[in-house]
Ligand binder design. Sequence first.
Ligand code: DAH
Length: 348
Amino acid sequence: MQDVDNLYTEIVTDVSGTTTLSQLEQIEIKHFGRQGSINTSLRNIKQIPEKERKAYGQTINEIKDKASALLEKHRQALIEQAGKEKTVDITLPGKHYPHGSLHMVSYAIDEISKIFEKIGFIRMSYREVEWEWFSFESLNMPKGHPARDDFETFFIEHEPDPTLGKMLFTPHTSSGQNREMKRLGKPPIRMINMAKTYRPNWDASHVPMFHQFEGLCVDKGINITHLKGTIDYFAKQFFGPEREIRLRPFHFQFTEPSFEVDITCGVCKGTGTVNGKRCKLCKQGWLELGGTGMVHPNVLRDGGVDPEEYSGWAFGFGVERVYSMKEGLKLDDIRILYNGDIRFLKQF
Ligand code: DAH
């Protein structure tokens, strides 16, 4: 009889110790299964002295009834709880959801803007659909001037404006210079115009839509040393403190004097050679960054700024270009930036 007394206590402990339905099923088999403790005890009845068999049998049946009521109650409780909690097995490995990232060009724009904002330049984003006048006349390129041909242009089929001319996709961010001068009314001006620009070219090294950033600084007493100092600051912040720049005389209609800016090559450190061989990236130690110069008096005048009182400098660089130079990306085909191939884009 001793075993039988313990049986009920054992079942109660087992049942109440389960926290999931599958654990409870195991306990059910252990006690109520064919080979379970209850049936085993019933089969043992033969070993009990005859006189006691009746009482023994009754006790076991009572235990069976009580225990199965208890088990059912516990099962209901577990079902209810599972419904409420939707039990989660926290030991399972987590799911990795794919997450997006910004486009490489957005990272570049962000980084470049911050560098100029640190020294007080205001980030603007002037229009990409523009009037002819802002892209050309306001930049000292009157109608019919051959310099316009350097900026191959998408014109838009739209009624021309009697004074501003045709509507176009601006081929350079320089069109923002006049707009910024007019927005502020008078200097000081420190602008970084970051915008989409368009030219009708589509090949391995050109895309019809790309990005430029245009610096414009106009104030009293501004001269070339300010221009050079600012571009040098940008080059060192963006490419690294060991990089040097140089100005090479050039021609733009909207600046006088005009220059192209070069930066020392990051691979050969400006020497033009790597291990005694000619540097494969730059060939002569320098890489071209873009155009710059002192703002032409006509451009200031068109912006409502008196060139006798004020002077300024400007530059225009390509975002995609400087970013690939910084990262040492040798893109065989620059179109990969815009064809939406996630395998390429997700590397940034
Ligand atoms: N707008 C020129 C281009 O797209 C770049 C440029 C050159 C901008 C000289 C400037 C500048 O502001 O001063 O090729």
